[in-house]
Design a binder for this molecule. Structure first.
Ligand code: NAD
Length: 205
C-alpha cells in the first residue's frame, strides 16, 4: 500500500512516517514544505529506508501534489500539513488561511483528479484522511465536559477557524464529488521530537 503523508517533517507527521515505514509492505512518500516547524532530523531513522522518499513541496501547489500522487501510485493520502500553532495564528493569520484553507482546497482538487482516473477497485480502496483538531469544537469548561461526534463547530481562534474551514471542505468534497474521506479531530498530542512552542513541552521545559 502506498501512502502520501503531507507535513511528514512535522511533529505528528514524522511519527506517522516512522510508524508506517516499519511495515515493509508500505511505501511512504513524505511531502513537506519545510517551514520553521519541519525538521528532517525527526526522520533520520528512516531517511535511507527502501520504502521511504521525501519531496519538498507545498500543498498549495496542486500540480506538484498531483504529480506525486501519480508518480508514487498513491492509495492513501494522510493530510497533516498545516500551520498548527494557535498563538502564531493570532499574530499572523495569513499563513493559516493560505495553508490550512487554500492548501486543503488544492490538495482535495489534486486528490479528486487523481482518484477519478483510478480503476474501480482502486477507487473503492482510496482514502483521503484529513487530520484536524478538537479545537474546531471550541473550549470545554474547566470543570469537565466532553466533545462528542455531535458537538457543533465553534472555533475560537484563527487557527481553529482555518481548520474548521478545511474540515468543511473535506466533507463537501465527499458529499459533492464522492471522494472517499476520513476526518479525524484529535486532541493534544505530545512526545519525542515535539517543537517546544507547544503547550505540553513548553510547560515541561
Ligand atoms: N500537535 C497536536 O497536538 C495536534 C492536535 C490536533 C490536531 N493537530 C493537527 O495535526 C497536524 C500535524 O500537527 P503537528 O503538531 O505535527 O504540526 P507541526 O507544526 O509540527 O508540523 C506541520 C508540518 O507541516 C509542514 N507544512 C506547513 N505548511 C505546509 C504547506 N503549505 N505545504 C506542505 N507542508 C507544510 C511543516 O513544514 C511541518 O513539517 C496538523 O494538521 C494539526 O492541525 C495537531
Amino acid at each position: 500500500m502506498n501512502f502520501l503523508v503531507t507535513g511528514g517533517a512535522g511533529f505528528i507527521g514524522s511519527a506517522v512516517c516512522r510508524h508506517l515505514c516499519a511495515n515493509p509492505a508500505y511505501r511512504v512518500t513524505n511531502l513537506d514544505k519545510l517551514t520553521y516547524a519541519g525538521n528532517l532530523a525527526s526522520l533520520r531513522q528512516i531517511e535511507n529506508a527502501h520504502n521511504y522518499s521525501f519531496a519538498q513541496a507545498d500543498i498549495c501547489d496542486e500540480r506538484a501534489v498531483l504529480d506525486l500522487l501519480r508518480r508514487h501510485d498513491i492509495d492513501i493520502v494522510m493530510n497533516l500539513a498545516a500551520e498548527s500553532h494557535v498563538d502564531r495564528s493570532i499574530d499572523g493569520p495569513g499563513a493559516f488561511i493560505e495553508t490550512n484553507i487554500v492548501g486543503t482546497y488544492r490538495i482535495l482538487n489534486a486528490a479528486l483528479e487523481y482518484w477519478r482516473g483510478l480503476s474501480d477497485d482502486r477507487k473503492s480502496r482510496f482514502r483521503f484522511h484529513h487530520v484536524s483538531t478538537d479545537e474546531v469544537f471550541g473550549d470545554l469548561p474547566f470543570d469537565g465536559g466532553m466533545f462528542v461526534e455531535e458537538t457543533p463547530y465553534a472555533p475560537s481562534s484563527p487557527y481553529s477557524a482555518s481548520k474548521a474551514a478545511s474540515d468543511h471542505l473535506v466533507r463537501a468534497w465527499h458529499e459533492t464529488y464522492g471522494l472517499p474521506v476520513v476526518l479525524s479531530n484529535c486532541s493534544n498530542n505530545y512526545g519525542p521530537y515535539h517543537f517546544p512552542e507547544k503547550l505540553i513541552p513548553l510547560v515541561i521545559l
